[in-house]
Design a protein. Structure first.
Length: 248
Protein backbone atom coordinates (compact mmCIF):
# COMPACT_ATOMS: atom_id res chain seq x y z
CA UNK A 1 0.00 0.00 0.00
CA UNK A 2 1.67 3.22 -1.21
CA UNK A 3 1.56 6.07 1.30
CA UNK A 4 3.89 8.38 3.16
CA UNK A 5 3.67 8.79 6.93
CA UNK A 6 6.35 10.93 8.55
CA UNK A 7 8.27 9.31 11.35
CA UNK A 8 7.46 12.35 13.51
CA UNK A 9 3.68 11.97 13.03
CA UNK A 10 1.75 10.63 16.00
CA UNK A 11 -1.03 8.12 15.36
CA UNK A 12 -3.66 7.19 17.90
CA UNK A 13 -5.15 3.74 18.23
CA UNK A 14 -7.40 2.20 15.59
CA UNK A 15 -6.51 4.65 12.80
CA UNK A 16 -7.26 3.57 9.22
CA UNK A 17 -5.28 5.21 6.39
CA UNK A 18 -6.05 4.73 2.68
CA UNK A 19 -3.85 4.36 -0.39
CA UNK A 20 -1.49 7.19 -1.39
CA UNK A 21 -2.16 9.24 1.72
CA UNK A 22 0.52 11.72 2.83
CA UNK A 23 0.84 12.43 6.55
CA UNK A 24 3.51 15.11 7.02
CA UNK A 25 5.81 16.00 9.90
CA UNK A 26 4.46 16.41 13.43
CA UNK A 27 0.86 15.66 12.47
CA UNK A 28 -1.22 14.37 15.37
CA UNK A 29 -4.14 12.04 14.62
CA UNK A 30 -6.40 10.91 17.46
CA UNK A 31 -7.91 7.50 18.13
CA UNK A 32 -10.51 5.87 15.90
CA UNK A 33 -9.95 8.06 12.83
CA UNK A 34 -10.49 7.09 9.19
CA UNK A 35 -8.26 8.73 6.59
CA UNK A 36 -9.29 8.10 2.97
CA UNK A 37 -7.31 7.52 -0.21
CA UNK A 38 -5.05 10.31 -1.52
CA UNK A 39 -5.59 12.49 1.55
CA UNK A 40 -2.83 15.04 2.28
CA UNK A 41 -2.37 16.30 5.85
CA UNK A 42 0.26 19.03 6.09
CA UNK A 43 2.86 19.65 8.79
CA UNK A 44 1.68 19.97 12.35
CA UNK A 45 -2.05 19.58 11.68
CA UNK A 46 -4.08 18.34 14.63
CA UNK A 47 -6.84 15.80 14.02
CA UNK A 48 -9.10 14.89 16.95
CA UNK A 49 -10.51 11.50 17.79
CA UNK A 50 -13.23 9.83 15.74
CA UNK A 51 -12.63 12.05 12.70
CA UNK A 52 -13.38 10.88 9.16
CA UNK A 53 -11.48 12.50 6.29
CA UNK A 54 -12.67 11.29 2.88
CA UNK A 55 -10.73 10.68 -0.32
CA UNK A 56 -8.63 13.48 -1.88
CA UNK A 57 -9.18 15.94 0.98
CA UNK A 58 -6.37 18.33 1.91
CA UNK A 59 -5.81 19.52 5.48
CA UNK A 60 -3.46 22.32 6.58
CA UNK A 61 -2.52 23.76 3.18
CA UNK A 62 -0.65 27.07 3.36
CA UNK A 63 -2.36 29.81 1.29
CA UNK A 64 -1.13 31.11 -2.05
CA UNK A 65 -0.85 34.86 -2.60
CA UNK A 66 -1.35 36.55 -5.95
CA UNK A 67 0.93 39.50 -6.69
CA UNK A 68 -2.03 41.90 -6.39
CA UNK A 69 -3.69 40.23 -3.40
CA UNK A 70 -4.89 42.53 -0.61
CA UNK A 71 -3.42 39.99 1.85
CA UNK A 72 0.29 40.76 1.71
CA UNK A 73 1.66 38.74 4.58
CA UNK A 74 3.89 35.84 3.63
CA UNK A 75 4.10 34.44 7.16
CA UNK A 76 3.72 30.72 7.67
CA UNK A 77 0.38 30.15 9.36
CA UNK A 78 -0.13 27.81 12.32
CA UNK A 79 -1.32 24.29 11.63
CA UNK A 80 -4.96 23.45 11.01
CA UNK A 81 -6.94 21.93 13.86
CA UNK A 82 -9.87 19.53 13.34
CA UNK A 83 -11.97 18.77 16.43
CA UNK A 84 -13.28 15.41 17.61
CA UNK A 85 -15.90 13.57 15.54
CA UNK A 86 -15.73 15.86 12.52
CA UNK A 87 -16.32 14.70 8.94
CA UNK A 88 -14.35 16.24 6.08
CA UNK A 89 -15.78 15.28 2.70
CA UNK A 90 -14.23 14.19 -0.58
CA UNK A 91 -11.91 16.79 -2.15
CA UNK A 92 -12.59 19.35 0.59
CA UNK A 93 -9.72 21.72 1.45
CA UNK A 94 -9.10 23.06 4.96
CA UNK A 95 -6.27 25.60 5.05
CA UNK A 96 -3.61 26.19 7.67
CA UNK A 97 -4.78 28.46 10.45
CA UNK A 98 -8.32 27.06 10.37
CA UNK A 99 -9.79 25.92 13.66
CA UNK A 100 -12.69 23.46 13.35
CA UNK A 101 -14.77 22.61 16.42
CA UNK A 102 -16.23 19.29 17.53
CA UNK A 103 -18.76 17.48 15.36
CA UNK A 104 -18.52 19.79 12.33
CA UNK A 105 -19.41 18.48 8.86
CA UNK A 106 -17.41 19.94 5.98
CA UNK A 107 -19.02 18.40 2.90
CA UNK A 108 -17.55 17.32 -0.43
CA UNK A 109 -15.70 20.00 -2.43
CA UNK A 110 -16.01 22.66 0.29
CA UNK A 111 -13.18 25.09 0.99
CA UNK A 112 -12.36 26.54 4.42
CA UNK A 113 -9.69 29.22 4.14
CA UNK A 114 -6.99 30.32 6.57
CA UNK A 115 -7.80 32.13 9.83
CA UNK A 116 -11.32 30.72 9.92
CA UNK A 117 -13.01 29.47 13.07
CA UNK A 118 -15.99 27.09 12.87
CA UNK A 119 -17.75 26.23 16.12
CA UNK A 120 -19.26 22.92 17.17
CA UNK A 121 -21.78 20.97 15.08
CA UNK A 122 -21.90 23.46 12.21
CA UNK A 123 -22.62 22.13 8.72
CA UNK A 124 -20.60 23.48 5.80
CA UNK A 125 -22.38 22.19 2.71
CA UNK A 126 -21.18 20.79 -0.59
CA UNK A 127 -19.10 23.26 -2.59
CA UNK A 128 -19.34 26.02 0.02
CA UNK A 129 -16.47 28.52 0.16
CA UNK A 130 -15.68 30.11 3.52
CA UNK A 131 -13.07 32.80 2.89
CA UNK A 132 -10.36 33.97 5.29
CA UNK A 133 -10.92 35.80 8.59
CA UNK A 134 -14.45 34.42 9.03
CA UNK A 135 -16.14 33.02 12.11
CA UNK A 136 -18.95 30.48 11.88
CA UNK A 137 -20.96 29.82 15.03
CA UNK A 138 -22.22 26.62 16.61
CA UNK A 139 -25.03 24.70 14.90
CA UNK A 140 -24.97 26.92 11.81
CA UNK A 141 -26.06 25.45 8.51
CA UNK A 142 -24.47 26.80 5.33
CA UNK A 143 -25.93 25.03 2.31
CA UNK A 144 -24.61 23.96 -1.09
CA UNK A 145 -22.50 26.44 -3.09
CA UNK A 146 -22.96 29.37 -0.69
CA UNK A 147 -20.13 31.92 -0.66
CA UNK A 148 -19.08 33.43 2.67
CA UNK A 149 -16.85 36.41 1.92
CA UNK A 150 -13.75 37.32 3.95
CA UNK A 151 -14.23 39.17 7.25
CA UNK A 152 -17.75 37.80 7.82
CA UNK A 153 -19.26 36.68 11.10
CA UNK A 154 -22.06 34.08 11.09
CA UNK A 155 -23.36 33.60 14.63
CA UNK A 156 -24.83 30.51 16.31
CA UNK A 157 -27.75 28.68 14.68
CA UNK A 158 -27.82 30.89 11.60
CA UNK A 159 -28.97 29.46 8.26
CA UNK A 160 -27.46 30.36 4.88
CA UNK A 161 -29.31 28.81 1.93
CA UNK A 162 -27.92 27.33 -1.27
CA UNK A 163 -26.26 29.69 -3.70
CA UNK A 164 -26.23 32.67 -1.32
CA UNK A 165 -23.55 35.27 -2.14
CA UNK A 166 -22.05 37.60 0.45
CA UNK A 167 -19.72 40.47 -0.51
CA UNK A 168 -17.14 42.72 1.14
CA UNK A 169 -16.02 45.29 -1.46
CA UNK A 170 -18.27 48.25 -2.29
CA UNK A 171 -15.71 49.47 -4.83
CA UNK A 172 -15.96 46.27 -6.93
CA UNK A 173 -12.22 45.81 -7.23
CA UNK A 174 -11.32 49.38 -8.33
CA UNK A 175 -9.37 52.27 -6.71
CA UNK A 176 -6.93 52.24 -3.81
CA UNK A 177 -9.67 53.61 -1.56
CA UNK A 178 -11.29 50.18 -1.43
CA UNK A 179 -8.49 48.78 0.72
CA UNK A 180 -9.65 50.95 3.63
CA UNK A 181 -13.23 49.74 3.57
CA UNK A 182 -13.33 45.97 3.24
CA UNK A 183 -16.08 44.66 5.50
CA UNK A 184 -17.83 41.33 5.43
CA UNK A 185 -21.38 40.37 6.37
CA UNK A 186 -22.75 39.70 9.85
CA UNK A 187 -25.59 37.26 10.48
CA UNK A 188 -26.70 37.47 14.08
CA UNK A 189 -27.91 34.50 16.12
CA UNK A 190 -30.73 32.66 14.37
CA UNK A 191 -30.65 34.86 11.27
CA UNK A 192 -31.66 33.17 8.03
CA UNK A 193 -30.88 33.82 4.38
CA UNK A 194 -32.87 31.92 1.74
CA UNK A 195 -31.56 30.57 -1.57
CA UNK A 196 -29.68 32.80 -4.03
CA UNK A 197 -29.94 36.00 -2.01
CA UNK A 198 -27.09 38.52 -2.30
CA UNK A 199 -25.88 40.46 0.74
CA UNK A 200 -23.90 43.66 0.15
CA UNK A 201 -20.75 44.56 2.14
CA UNK A 202 -21.03 45.29 5.82
CA UNK A 203 -24.73 44.53 6.11
CA UNK A 204 -26.14 42.93 9.25
CA UNK A 205 -28.96 40.41 9.42
CA UNK A 206 -30.09 40.83 13.01
CA UNK A 207 -31.36 38.14 15.38
CA UNK A 208 -34.01 35.94 13.76
CA UNK A 209 -34.11 38.19 10.68
CA UNK A 210 -35.12 36.44 7.46
CA UNK A 211 -34.01 37.30 3.92
CA UNK A 212 -36.32 35.88 1.24
CA UNK A 213 -34.99 33.92 -1.73
CA UNK A 214 -33.39 35.94 -4.51
CA UNK A 215 -33.34 39.20 -2.55
CA UNK A 216 -30.57 41.80 -2.70
CA UNK A 217 -29.87 43.17 0.77
CA UNK A 218 -28.65 46.79 0.68
CA UNK A 219 -29.61 47.73 4.27
CA UNK A 220 -29.40 46.02 7.64
CA UNK A 221 -32.22 43.56 8.33
CA UNK A 222 -34.09 44.25 11.60
CA UNK A 223 -34.49 41.51 14.18
CA UNK A 224 -37.45 39.16 13.64
CA UNK A 225 -38.41 40.84 10.35
CA UNK A 226 -38.75 39.40 6.84
CA UNK A 227 -37.25 41.31 3.93
CA UNK A 228 -37.64 40.51 0.25
CA UNK A 229 -37.09 41.96 -3.20
CA UNK A 230 -34.44 43.91 -5.12
CA UNK A 231 -33.54 45.94 -3.17
CA UNK A 232 -34.90 44.08 -0.17
CA UNK A 233 -37.63 45.82 1.83
CA UNK A 234 -39.58 44.87 4.94
CA UNK A 235 -42.36 42.42 4.16
CA UNK A 236 -43.64 41.52 7.60
CA UNK A 237 -42.74 39.74 10.80
CA UNK A 238 -41.15 36.32 11.10
CA UNK A 239 -43.98 34.01 12.25
CA UNK A 240 -43.77 33.42 15.98
CA UNK A 241 -43.58 29.65 15.58
CA UNK A 242 -40.43 30.08 13.45
CA UNK A 243 -38.51 32.12 16.03
CA UNK A 244 -35.43 30.45 17.40
CA UNK A 245 -36.76 30.63 20.97
CA UNK A 246 -39.71 28.45 19.90
CA UNK A 247 -37.59 25.65 18.44
CA UNK A 248 -36.91 22.45 20.31
Amino acid sequence: MERHISSSAHMGENVSIGYNAVIAENVIIGDDCTIGHNVVIYDGSRIGRGVRIDDNAVIGKQPMRAANSIFKTGDVLPPASIGDYCIVGTSAVVYAGANIGEGVLIADLATVRENVSIDEHAIIGRGVAVENYCTIGAYCKIETNAYITAYSNIEDRAFVGPGVVTTNDNFVGRTEERFKHFKGVTVKRGGRIAAHATILPGKVINEDGLVAAGSVVTKDVPAKKIVMGTPARKAGDVPEEQLLEKQK
